[in-house]
Ligand binder design. Sequence first.
Ligand code: FAD
Length: 308
Amino acid sequence: MNALAPTLRRWLAGERIGPLPPRDAGQPPPALSFEFFPPKTPALEEQLWACIRRLAPLAPRFVSVTYGAGGSTHERTHATVSRLIRETSLVPAAHLTCVGATREEVDGIARAYWQAGVRHIVALRGDAPSGTAYVPHPGGYAYASDLVAGLRRVADFEVSVAAYPETHPAAVNPAADLDNLKRKLDAGATRAITQYFFDSATYLRFLDRALAAGITAPIVPGIMPVSNFEQAARFSALCGTSVPVWLRDLFEGTENDPEIRRIVASIVAAEQVRTLQANGVDEFHFYTLNRPELTYAIAHILGVRPRG
Ligand code: FAD
């Protein structure tokens, strides 16, 4: 996937390449993965499972379940992943962070996942409670690369890690952040999933830099379909994702018009994934926010059809 398509070279060189070419008739549909968060209430649980039932026929490669800040959702993440194993044929991936726990505690959680049948972990550092700087737990894994190495000692997990096309906000500089990604992959991770971004060129340039740094593992773009612009803008400020002026302009005036907002949102997301697909990207990770409609529509546009 990291081999850049010729269109990208031209695009990065500033050439206007005009309308996106149609998908080739013989082009296989991309591989997808979907991210969910563990629900807090029975109503949200119902919403999550309706979302899972809607998206499951798209046969994702895996579905991942996030881990709340400070390990706060440990039980709920475990319960959701266990239910996925019991009630579906989907392949679950459990997110796990270093925050607020000793290595032994984290290893224990990983061991319990393995015993429950989980074979894929998304290994993350996690963040400190809002407004405070991250400090490693004494006796804990300090960074995601340490966690990856620890997981590999626990069991033969498939491990995915995070990557940042716009550089992690706490990184000293982009080169150091790329070194960190390389450390995570060298420690045993086999795939990176990116923080979401709105400017496709940013991601494509990041792939180029990663390739130049000798990274050959897949770096799967994380796609956040925006249904609530104000909320997305607030969250983007926290996680270091730039919000382009053109995106703000597109959503301006749609605040009280959910129908139009949904249509604009689908067009924005469709254009983003089609640009990436036209540049050779063949795997996508969707931050579903436990809502299926936009993700389903975008998957359809990418050529993915329900199975079974
Ligand atoms: P790391 O890779 O450890 O990097 C964190 C920072 O430390 C970077 O700036 C890095 O450059 C720097 N660094 C790394 N090693 C060193 C070192 N030895 N010395 C100095 N600096 C170093 N958060 C959750 O709480 N739960 C989730 O479920 C969750 N899921 C996510 C899924 C994806 C796909 C992504 C992209 C993020 C997710 N996050 C989640 C957010 C993530 O926890 C935060 O972005 C966090 O701030 C960094 O995590 P990381 O694994 O990238 O950390």
